[in-house]
Write a protein that binds this ligand. Structure first.
Ligand code: NOJ
Ligand code: CA
Length: 701
């Protein structure tokens, strides 16, 4: 009776009948509420009754058109639905992914313009995704976006792991602070690495947050296609975040032709930090692949002619001249500088070493003409991507590699001249097919050309897509550096196997990564997809090569091993020089053994910036690998082996920090031993300051 009364009252007094709608996640922990208030769309999200996002505005401002998509809406239609399916990624952290959500799609009508837009919400057990959809219609064909006005009104002064907003780079150190402290720390956060295009008081996504009530919240975007990349403006007093899209050369944010769906805005939430790392929400919001065949897309472990240039021991360029004129200079008549790393003999040594140690491929940078002039000149035409230097015999080296079962990885540094790259990429990809390359590393160092565009503006997002499409036509895998933050597109375009798009190992030679850096990346940058972090540096102190040099990689050697498990990428580099792997063959064994593609992943323990412990099962093999890492604090973590099949006996090879290991004073101290383990084993494992543990586990004979 009372219940009936309540319902009756609710029906009679509900202020906006039909203007509000609520849906929950399949497990009922999350509740999404949409409502039109005074003809303006709002949404809110709760987790177990706690507000994650308070009532927040939705909308898009148009350029030169009134009214915008901000207000004046009526509810035209609402549909709800449910999906529960499973799919198998081509390469991935797990074999099978469940895509299970409840959906609400609202169709809003703007009577003054006779236009409609849809807002689609999907609520999963691990979070929310929503997007705007602009259907094709007679009153809405072309339009220009001035700004997207989506808000995320957070429920308090959360702790945040953040890098400053920027239109061109994510290669920043992370700052950990409360949101209210961002204004005080903002200018320091870029630490001399400022690009010209920092967005004041904005943060980049994926943004990782922890609330005072113990909720872990991750905000990002999924399926970024044909649209500008997003930063998040912060109001440090109200804790409201708002989308800030990357502009083009004219300051506009998107040239749209209907029909168009925007990228999804994603909010992943849990009261356990581990669940954030395990979330597959971003992948699930991307479309299934339409590729007819995918057998040419393979996990790849590689070494490369690379770190020696990054640290300054050798050069990409063949000469030390300036202003060499590409196409008009006869390089064979020039004086080589004697430091050119991509030479026939050196590359052959790398091929031999790769073959001997079970690698799949060798990356060679600096193989092609143009490196004399590539950096910081905004020249536009530096590379043609097809002309090797005189000491790099492309046919001979590929033949040599193939006879040993090794592929060379192509390198296309575009020096950010996207137009020049597109001018040449047909011939460049044909050359790759001609010589049997199956992967390319692209790069976008410098200011984007067309001038005035940015690394994350709509044009450049479309460019990355054109490159991935072109590569797919030629059955080539892509690893893009200095490209936009990944948004799960590897589901749709599985040949986009990895990207950098964050501060990687190269910064250990350019000013350093903090000991907590790789403890934050999985909660931020990696939420969108695999990262070519390029771990595996055994000789962490660079004064080994250059006496007096104070640069060093701020980890122990063992932590470098553990990164092969904690940083997901189906394309994994062993980045150090051959000579260093030869100095530590027993530790190198872990890199030789570790898989790059997985049947299963268990996040055992994790907290952003402090510790990560996880176990992964190799694809189609009865082998597990464990990686544990810590920040600058030494710590002991208990490894619970209950992820192992209880019916089997296992033998673990444990690579641990030596008792006297320390990332500053004694990074190369380690200890390796074997131990029988079962699903009942629990191991208290000590890790040195900025150290870790790496374990490979096989079935005992
Ligand atoms: C920056 C990339 O991240 C790095 O890996 C590459 O070696 C240089 N650009 C040169 O292309
Ligand atoms: Ca880079």
């Amino acid at each position: 009776m009372h219940r009936f009364l309540f319902l009756l009252v609710a029906v009679l007094y509900w202020p906006f009948p039909g203007n509000s709608q609520t849906i929950s996640s399949p497990d009922k922990n999350l509740t999404l509420r949409f409502q039109l208030t005074d003809s303006v769309p709002y949404y809110s999200l709760d987790y177990k009754g706690i507000p994650v996002v308070k009532n927040s505005r939705l909308g898009v401002t148009l350029a030169n058109q009134f009214p915008s998509f901000l207000n004046g809406f009526q509810m035209k239609d609402q549909t709800t639905g449910t999906k529960d399916e499973s799919w198998n990624p081509v390469l991935g952290e797990v074999k099978t992914i469940r895509n299970h959500y409840n959906e609400l799609a609202v169709t809003l009508n703007q009577p003054s313009t006779q236009r409609t837009i849809n807002i689609r919400f999907r609520v999963f057990d691990d979070g929310l995704g929503f997007r705007y959809e602009f259907p094709e219609q007679s009153n809405l064909n072309y339009f220009v976006i001035k700004e997207e006005e989506t808000e995320f009104a957070l429920n308090g002064d959360h702790k945040a792991w953040w890098i400053p907003g920027d239109y061109d780079t994510e290669e920043y150190k992370y700052t950990t602070s409360n949101l209210s402290e961002v204004p005080k720390l903002f200018d320091h956060s870029y630490d001399g690495n400022a690009s010209q295009t920092i967005v004041p008081m904005a943060l980049q996504s994926p943004l990782m947050l922890e609330s005072k009530q113990g909720l872990f919240i991750n905000i990002h975007e999924a399926a970024l296609i044909d649209y500008a990349g997003m930063n998040l403006e912060l109001n440090p007093y109200t804790f409201v975040l708002k989308t800030h899209l990357t502009p083009d050369a004219q300051g506009m944010k998107g040239y749209i032709q209907t029909p168009l769906n925007t990228p999804w805005r994603t909010i992943i939430v849990s009261d356990k930090a581990e669940d954030i790392l395990a979330s597959k929400l971003i992948l699930n919001l991307n479309e299934p692949t339409k590729f007819a065949t995918t057998d040419w897309i393979k996990p790849t472990k590689y070494i490369g002619v690379w770190w020696e240039m990054i640290m300054g021991k050798s050069s990409w360029s063949y000469t030390d001249l300036d202003n060499v004129h590409l196409g008009k200079t006869d390089y064979s008549r020039l004086e080589p500088n004697g430091r050119h790393a991509a030479n026939n003999q050196h590359v052959k040594d790398y091929i031999d070493f790769a073959a001997k140690n079970g690698f799949d491929a060798v990356l060679v940078e600096g193989w092609n003409e143009g490196w004399e002039d590539w950096f910081g000149k905004s020249k536009g035409y530096v590379f043609d991507f097809v002309t090797p230097y005189p000491d790099f015999d492309i046919a001979m080296l590929n033949n040599y590699a193939h006879t040993k079962g090794i592929k060379l990885i192509m390198h296309h540094e575009t020096s950010a001249s996207t137009v020049n790259y597109e001018r040449h990429f047909d011939t460049a990809f044909k050359l790759m097919n001609q010589f049997g390359y199956d992967a390319v590393k692209t790069g976008y160092v410098g200011n984007i050309i067309p001038r005035g565009e940015h690394h994350y503006s709509q044009w450049t997002i479309q460019h990355y897509q054109r490159v991935v499409d072109k590569a797919a036509q030629h059955k080539v895998m892509v690893n893009s550096h200095e490209s936009v933050h990944p948004t799960g597109l590897s589901r749709t375009y599985p040949n986009w196997v990895a990207a950098e798009a964050a501060r990687g190992t190269e910064y250990d030679a350019f000013g350093g990564n903090n000991p907590n850096h790789t403890l934050i990346l999985p909660f931020t940058r990696l939420m969108g997809g695999p990262m070519d972090y390029t771990p595996g540096i055994f000789q962490t102190r660079l004064d080994y090569y250059f006496p007096g040099d104070d640069r060093f990689v701020k980890t122990t050697l063992v932590k470098q091993l553990a990164l092969y498990v904690t940083i997901y990428s189906p394309l994994q580099m062993a980045a150090d020089l051959i000579e260093n792997y030869e100095r530590f063959p027993d530790a190198f064994q872990f890199i030789k053994d570790v898989a790059a593609d997985w049947d299963d992943t268990k996040i055992l323990k994790a907290y952003p910036g402090e510790y990560i412990l996880q176990a992964r099962k190799a694809k189609n093999k009865e082998e597990w690998f464990v990686g544990g890492i810590t920040n600058e604090d030494a710590r002991t973590m208990t490894i619970d082996f209950s992820f192992l099949d209880p019916g089997k006996n296992w033998i673990a090879t444990i690579y641990e920090d030596g008792k006297d290991a320390d990332y500053i004073k004694n990074p190369q101290s380690y200890h390796i031993y074997k131990k029988k383990v079962t699903s009942k084993t629990k191991l208290d494992q000590w890790m040195a300051p900025s150290g870790g543990v790496a374990i490979s586990i096989k079935v005992a004979d």
